[in-house]
Structure formats: C-alpha cells, structure tokens
Ligand binder design. Sequence first.
Ligand code: GUN
Ligand code: ZN
Length: 436
Amino acid sequence: MNPADLHAVRGEILHFLADPASHGEAAIEHFADGLLLIRDGHVAETGPAGELLARLPADVPVTDYRGKLILPGFVDTHIHYAQTDIIASHGEQLLAWLEKYTFPAEARFADPEHARAVAEFFCDELLRNGTTTALAFATVHATSVDALFEAALKRRMRMITGKVMMDRHCPDFLRDTAAGGYAESQALIERWHGRERLQYAVTPRFAATSTPEQMRLAGRLYAEHPGLYLQSHVAENRGEVAWVAQLYPEARSYLDVYDRFGQLGERSVYAHCIWLDDTDRQRMADTGTAISFCPTSNLFLGSGLFDLGRAREMGLRVGVGTDVGAGTSFSMLQTLNEAYKVLQLGGQKLSAASAFHLATLGGAHSLYLDERIGNFLPGKEADFVVLDPAATPLLARRMQGAQTLDERLFVLMMLGDDRSIAATHVLGRAAWQRSG
Ligand code: GUN
Ligand code: ZN
C-alpha cells in the first residue's frame, strides 16, 4: 500500500446495495456520520466514521464534509452533448424540433474548434451537476467524438459516446453513407474504445434516419467488437412511430426494426420506450437491452408518459437520462423531480430511495457497469457527489421539518438542482467544487 494514495472523506454517506423497489430497506446503506476510505481512486472501505478513524493511521488526510450528504456519482444514461446550445428551444414536438433546432445545431460540429469548446463546457456542466458517468450522443462528425472523449479523458470521467450514423431523411450536410459511417465508426473504436474510462457506443440515430443497409452495418459493428455499446431512440413520439411503421412495413413494431438488425442485447440502450407493448418489453428483457427513461424530455416535447411500473414488473434494466437538449436540465435531481411527476400522471409512485437508486446503481446496472461504479462497495471506482441539503434558503427551511431520511431525500430531489452540488469527485479527487 502506498500511504500517499490513501485518503478519506467524512460526511453523511448513502448508497444502495440493490434496488429498494424490490429489496426495501435492506437495499439501503446509510451512515449518519460516515467515512469513505479511498485508495488509488477506488473505494477501500465505507463505514461509521468513529470506528474507521480509530483504526486509521493519524496521517491519512480526511476531507470533512460533515453536514453534507455523500452519494455515488450520478449516471446519465442518455444525453446529446451537441445539443447543449439548443436546450430550451420553444414550441415543437420531436420531428419538427429535430428539423428546426437540432440539425442546424449539430451542423456546427463540422468545426473541430466548436466541438472542442462545447465538449469542454458539457463535461464541466455534468460535473457541476454531480454526474460522473454519461452515455452521450455526439454528431455525425467523427471529430465531434474525438472532442468529447478528449474532454472526458482530461477530467478522468467515465464517458461512453459514438458517432451518429445517419444516411437518410436529414439535411445533406449531416448525412453519412452506410459504408462511410461504418468505416468511420470502426476507426473511432480503434482509437478510443477501452482507453482509460472511455467506451464506444455504436450510434444509429433512430431507425428513420438510417437506411436498412446502414442499420445492418450498425448491427454488424455492435456484434464484431466485444464490450461495445449501442445507443438509439425508440417509440418516443406517436408521429415518429407511425413514420417508422411506413418505412419498415415488414417489422412487427418499432422495436422489432432494431431487433431484425441485431441491435438488441447487452449494453444496448434505447431512450424513451414510451409507446412499447409487452411483446417489445419481453424482447428487451430477454436480450438484456436497457431503457433510458427521460422524463424532462418526454414532458418538454409532449411525447408521452413512460410506464416504469410495467418495465419493472417485466424485469427490464432501466436508467435515467436527462436527454439534453430535448431534456430541460443537466441536473439529475431535477430529472428525478420530473420522473416523479410523470409517474404520478400514470398513477404510479416513485419513492425517493428508488429515485436515487435509479440515478446511481440503477443507471450503472442498466449500462452493465455496476461491477465498477454505482455504489461504495470495496473496489469500486470512487466517483461521488457531495450534496448540500441546505443549498438554498427554501431547502434549508424545508429540511428543518423533514423527519426521516426518505423525507430529506425527497425534498432534495424536488427542490435541489446544481446549487445543491457542493462537490463532485472523480476517482477520489475533487473534479468540481462549489465556491463559497
Ligand atoms: N430521436 C432521434 N433523434 C433524436 C434526438 O436528438 N432527440 C430526441 N429526443 N429524440 C430523437
Ligand atoms: Zn435523445
């Protein structure tokens, strides 16, 4: 052991050992005055501060976060970095929103300097919001992927991204070809996949903007390289669903289009999944395909209400995504807030514990990363967020009346946002700290 690499943080610690929706209280580990001991960027031990401090050499540095709540870093399972600058664009639903705002914004990523500047801002904004792992869309330009991986590498973040594959039904300046998209993706995989904490995701935008030939090649790429991700969108908007049915009349459903091209499986993640039926859900469960639930986006674009209860009943892997820029916040707290409301409209309840599980271990599980991140078990990568329960006057006031841990967590997810993030640590080290 190198003593120089051993350090600790002290504060109220909360993490999940399983899903509280199925395992109840036993899923939650909570230390009111806890210590997280970190060695070489990984969790060495977690427990009551008094007990651990008594055993530690006196010279181990301890960062004092007492009065704050320490949770595993948030996992954003669906976000578009190139849409950072069009967040909060008024008035359209999915297909018109893509044409009017998204495609023009993504065209600017042909310029590597623009891509670099946005990637830097984007990674900082994730960290300001406590997010340490993201599965993100880049654009059709290979250099946009380089820019995001470089920005994440500098910050040692866990980043999964890929070049958008899109060879029809989009402006010429954003269109690749089936063969060209395959070759460019292949080169990016060789350059980036598995380097430090970076992983590659094959990224067909959605079935409507890829020809059957491109869909076939995307499926092939995903099958050819072990450990690759695949990300796309499915069953988000009713107009989109009808359009895809016209484009692929032979498919049983929208999800079935992806299935026919070999795009379901482990580490394959679909955003939205609103307009699915149980046959689709069963197929996702059987193949280990995951869902990214994107509540702020689904409300903003008027897409519909995700059925988390049914996905859970059928044993699906589900994470939460901000889906910026159709999503309206980088904040996972605000995303949980809207998740709660979406489920209310569907007559379902989301407990605070279940919500924070979704944002941490649940998200990690949906990405098949729960062996590495998502909680504070020994050996995990020490990514964590330090939450300030009294970040605003209203939060401080409301917290005074909160009796239980569950109540405090609920107040935090309803009233909290980026102001509640006191610090974000990546591999043990502070990557962002709120001033003041
Ligand atoms: N479907 C295809 N592309 C997109 C996108 O950029 N955002 C959302 N929300 N849905 C999509
Ligand atoms: Zn999206």
